[in-house]
Write a protein that binds this ligand. Sequence first.
Ligand code: NAD
Ligand code: UGA
Length: 458
Amino acid sequence: MGDSSISIIGAGYVGAVTAACLAELGHNVCCIDVDAEKVDNINAGIPPIHEEGLEELFQKHAGKMLVAATDYTSVADSDVSFICVGTPSAQDGEIDLSVIKTASKSIGISLRNNEKYHVIAVKSTSVIKAASKSIGISLRNSENYHVIAVKSTVVPETTQNVVIPIVEEYSQKRAGIDFGVAVNPEFLREGRAVHDFVNPDRIVIGELDKRSGGVVAQLYEGFDCPLIRTGLKTAEMIKYASNAFLATKISFANDIGNICKELDIDTYEVMHAVGLDHRISPSFLRAGAGFGGSCFPKDMRALIHKAEELGYRPKLLRSVMDVNEGQPKRMIRLLERKLGNLSGRKIAVLGLAFKNDTDDVRESRAIPVIKMLTDKGARVYAYDPAANENMRPIFPNIRYHSSAKDALEDADACLVMTEWDEFKKLGDEFKVMKNRIVIDGRNIIAFREHIDYEGLCW
Ligand code: NAD
Ligand code: UGA
């Protein structure tokens, strides 16, 4: 199926997974990242992130179908460059496009310096030589229609109004004539990233022209799912609308869950029955501490900001965020109801990652909870199966433990923040606590008989 030359700009979650999966499909892939350590690791077969199945793919393809470099020289001789750099929130929630702009500029320069690339590649390090070789570089003629595919999540109109003008300026070439442009949003979930990339529900390709879309569509030949080809800004909006809908389902489940709690109803029983309606579906109705992660919160903020810039106030989306921000506060209120003043109390926090099966702590719901605990003078004893080290720079002064049992030793109470499978098995471990108070933010604790258990919304 493979045989294209592909550059991946930004080897983070999306870039690393895209690169490894495309290499597995038989394409020659060069990852470009400004982080030299990441690049060295990739070339040594070490994936930059923790994802099931990724290490095997990196070890299989590194140095062969998959190489990495810190410069953009591979771009001009690739068929497609995927932009996979981060698009975080700026202060006011607006999307921060600074890395997208830098990457677009570098792509433009590479497309302009096609000749120069050849020289640099030959004189450069052995890794770059390997990259050049494995990408099958032979300077292509002007018929080559290099396609820039934006995989990063960007607000509607970004590709047309930001990426294209920058690439045109620095390449001195014209979009739609000298190079192609597409938007190919990514829908993978962290923790299931390789699986999701290989088994998508749909593939969306926004295209500047048919030729651009066709080049990208070719890479997905053989995928057994609907392929949607549309315009650039429609593809950008499909990504935001998808994330916004999923976030809305979670806040809806939390709103209902908060009412259930007042009525002493188990909202999981309610949502199980609600989700059986095929028009609703059972997914993303798990009430609890709310959504975190590198995408839902920042994408919601970016969409809200974009809407308001256009003069529209998106009331529903704002409420979704309000409900989400309220959930961690509800956890602390439940804790205070049990313990009173938290000053000097030893609180175990189980789960730091924003969800299970990842070491990613970006916008984890554990962050506002730990912040409130420390602000109130509590002593925090934390444990996560994978994310301790990623949380340490955010909270250097709390205690980190290598097992749940260690964190629970002598604790006045415990808050459960992440839906890790191993927490389902916790039982005897709670016996080492001073008070066996457990506030569960994820409905994950199964053995509840010998503890003072309190669910957040159930
Ligand atoms: P990330 O922060 O994990 O990775 C970004 C990478 O880009 C980093 O390795 C960084 O070193 C590199 N980088 C920074 N500046 C660069 C430059 N000028 N040139 C080349 N590389 C550069 O980000 P991510 O989580 O992979 O997200 C990337 C995009 O994909 C975002 O827009 C995000 O919203 C979207 N997305 C993410 C996910 C996810 O699960 N993480 C899923 C779907 C979509
Ligand atoms: C999410 C989307 O699911 C992906 O489709 C999308 O590609 C990605 O964002 C993105 O754009 O980056 P991800 O953030 O990896 O993926 O994780 P999810 O499984 O969606 O979970 C997000 C958060 O919602 C987690 O904090 C999780 O605990 C929470 N959640 C999820 C709930 O609170 N309840 C649920 O029912 C489901």
